[in-house]
Ligand binder design. Structure first.
Ligand SMILES: NC(=O)C1=CN([C@@H]2O[C@H](COP(=O)(O)OP(=O)(O)OC[C@H]3O[C@@H](n4cnc5c(N)ncnc54)[C@H](OP(=O)(O)O)[C@@H]3O)[C@@H](O)[C@H]2O)C=CC1
Ligand SMILES: O=C1O[C@H](COP(=O)(O)O)[C@@H](O)[C@H](O)[C@H]1O
Length: 498
């Protein structure tokens, strides 16, 4: 792998501690970092190199997925780390940063390949990109790359504006937009696993699909992110990016497997084929919710507007469900239902493909993305009550060979080797915003009611009606789900109702 300097904006922040350092450490342990590697952490607070390193070490102890046992390994890893004080608005800080980066490149005798990772608030993205360009940090003989965290814009217009500014400093092939759902092992292996599953259940290959359901249900509430979340909501936080990416990743695999080289092109085609919603459709096809007080895993939790930092009269959405249609011969009769929300009954990200059938037995292909992973075939009796799911057969068709990797490990590694396959490309991002924008406008004009749902439920019952109108129901909204501690990854035991 080519040598590289990793310039990390936001090195003292939450994401760096929880995700970026543990991922880099794991890559180091797995010998997947360049042999000549330098990291320069940036933040406003004054820290010595040593204090910075010891903070990073602490974050490894707390968040690393493999136990940090060998002090020598950590010490070797931290040798690459330096800290530099930088305020994103102060141009002179970038000039000093350039000197430090060049010094380190000379010291290590490495080609100036620079990866700028923006783990800071989105309000800083444009300023930083511009200053990288103007300071000369981006004028390199080697490669330069910009890794950018979400959210990418607040709406269609701001996303276009942001992209325009970034393009003054970086070309599109140099911009790596992280969508951590694309780094999830199950999402990356979905194509391969789905096709081996369809090999086993060969008749499904030719059967028509009745509907598709994509759910990303969370038990967590807004946590400490009130400032961000209260003007973002479920639609911008999850739907516009992660949920639409899941949809694209699924649809490029059905009905036939596509070549990996074509991923970008196919995703664009899919987004273009999504039928856009007019005002009337939106009121009928989109359900918006906000959690009220309730009980999660036996504990009482407060409603959204009683959360710290949230306005008491906030009209922000913590839940969205939508019905999508695709203008394509294969998909034209197949509704796609997507939902995501906070403070729901269980933590699960799952895709259910329900096949058309004449009798009461329904054939389902289930892609479990997290916290459980695998592809299952299930033949189920479906009764009028949505939760009355009688499990007659459930067989695991495909499973992950390597399932423990964190999305950030994969994505940071891909960015270091210059593989953009699992990053969100501008066209997809723009098309996603284009699709979502009429819903944002409808929210703004209060055309869609905000339904309050009890924490610990599966969301507002209007989300059930969305499917019931078409003769369907959400699969696996179980009556009883016992979860263990969410912080340990939300492992469940399901109690099927028979
Ligand atoms: N945390 C998470 O779980 C996730 C975060 N993200 C995204 O990642 C990004 C970072 O989030 P997170 O780590 O949570 O945020 P934090 O608020 O925890 O950290 C922000 C970082 O930005 C630095 N910073 C703030 N203002 C300035 C400034 N004027 N000049 C230079 N540095 C500054 C802070 O350093 P200092 O205070 O030292 O200046 C700190 O290191 C955001 O875009 C967020 O949306 C995406 C997915 C999940
Ligand atoms: O990006 C985000 O994702 C998380 C959910 O991620 P998951 O990997 O646990 O499914 C969500 O909680 C957060 O609000 C959002 O910003």
């Amino acid at each position: 792998m080519e040598p590289a300097t990793f310039v990390l904006f936001g090195a003292t922040g939450d994401l760096a501690k929880r995700k970026i350092y543990p991922a880099l450490f794991q890559l180091f342990v797995d010998q997947k970092l360049p042999s000549s590697f330098s990291l320069i952490g940036l933040g406003r607070r004054e820290l010595s190199h040593e204090t910075f390193k010891s903070n990073v070490e602490q974050s490894l102890i707390t968040f690393s997925r493999s136990e940090v046992k060998d002090a020598d390994v950590v010490k070797k890893f931290l040798r690459a780390f330096r800290y530099h004080v930088l305020d994103v608005d102060r141009k002179e800080d970038y000039t000093k940063l350039l000197r430090l980066v060049e010094e380190r490149e000379e010291e290590l005798n490495i080609t100036p390949n620079r990866m700028f990772y923006l783990s800071v608030g989105p309000e800083f993205f444009e300023t930083i990109a511009t200053n990288i360009h103007e300071s000369g940090l981006g004028s390199v003989d080697g490669w330069k790359r910009l890794v950018i965290e979400k959210p990418f814009g607040h709406d269609l217009e701001s996303a276009r504006q942001l992209n325009h500014t970034l393009n003054q400093a970086f070309d599109e092939p140099e911009i790596y937009r992280i969508d951590h759902y694309l780094g999830k092992p199950m999402v990356q292996q979905m194509g391969q696993l789905l096709h081996s599953a369809l090999w086993e259940q060969a008749d499904l290959r030719t059967r028509s699909i009745a509907n598709i359901q994509i759910s990303a249900n969370e038990t967590l509430g807004v946590e400490e992110r009130a400032g961000y979340y209260d003007h973002t909501g479920a639609i911008r936080d999850m739907f516009q990016n992660h949920m639409l990416q899941l949809l694209m990743m699924l649809m490029i695999e059905l009905p036939n497997r596509s070549s990996v080289d074509e991923v970008g092109k196919l995703k664009r085609k899919i987004m273009k084929s999504l039928m856009s919603l007019n005002k009337m459709d939106i009121t009928q096809h989109v359900v918006r919710g906000q959690y009220g007080a309730g009980e999660i895993k036996g504990e009482q939790v407060v409603g959204y507007t009683d959360e710290l930092g949230i306005a008491v009269d906030s009209q922000n959405d913590t839940f969205i469900a939508a019905k999508l249609r695709v203008d394509d011969p294969f998909w034209k009769d197949t509704p796609i239902y997507i939902r995501t929300g906070k403070r729901l009954k269980e933590k699960v990200t799952r895709i259910v493909i329900e096949y058309k059938s004449k009798g009461p037995l329904k054939d389902l292909l289930i892609v479990e993305i997290g916290p459980n992973e695998g592809i299952f075939f299930q033949r189920s009796q479906s009764d009028k009550e949505r939760s009355d799911v009688e499990m007659s057969v459930r067989s695991q068709l495909s499973f992950m060979k390597e399932s423990v990797k964190d999305a950030y490990e994969t994505l940071i590694h891909d960015a270091l080797v210059g593989d953009k396959t699992y990053f969100a490309h501008w066209d997809e991002v723009e098309l996603s915003w284009e699709w979502v924008q009429p819903i944002l406008d409808a929210y703004q004009d209060t055309l869609i009611p905000l339904h309050i749902y009890s924490a610990g439920s599966y969301g507002p019952h209007e989300a059930d009606e969305l499917l019931a109108r078409d003769g369907f129901h959400w699969w696996f909204d179980f009556k009883n789900v016992s979860n263990n501690d969410a912080t340990k990854g939300d492992i469940h035991t399901y109690e099927y109702n028979t």
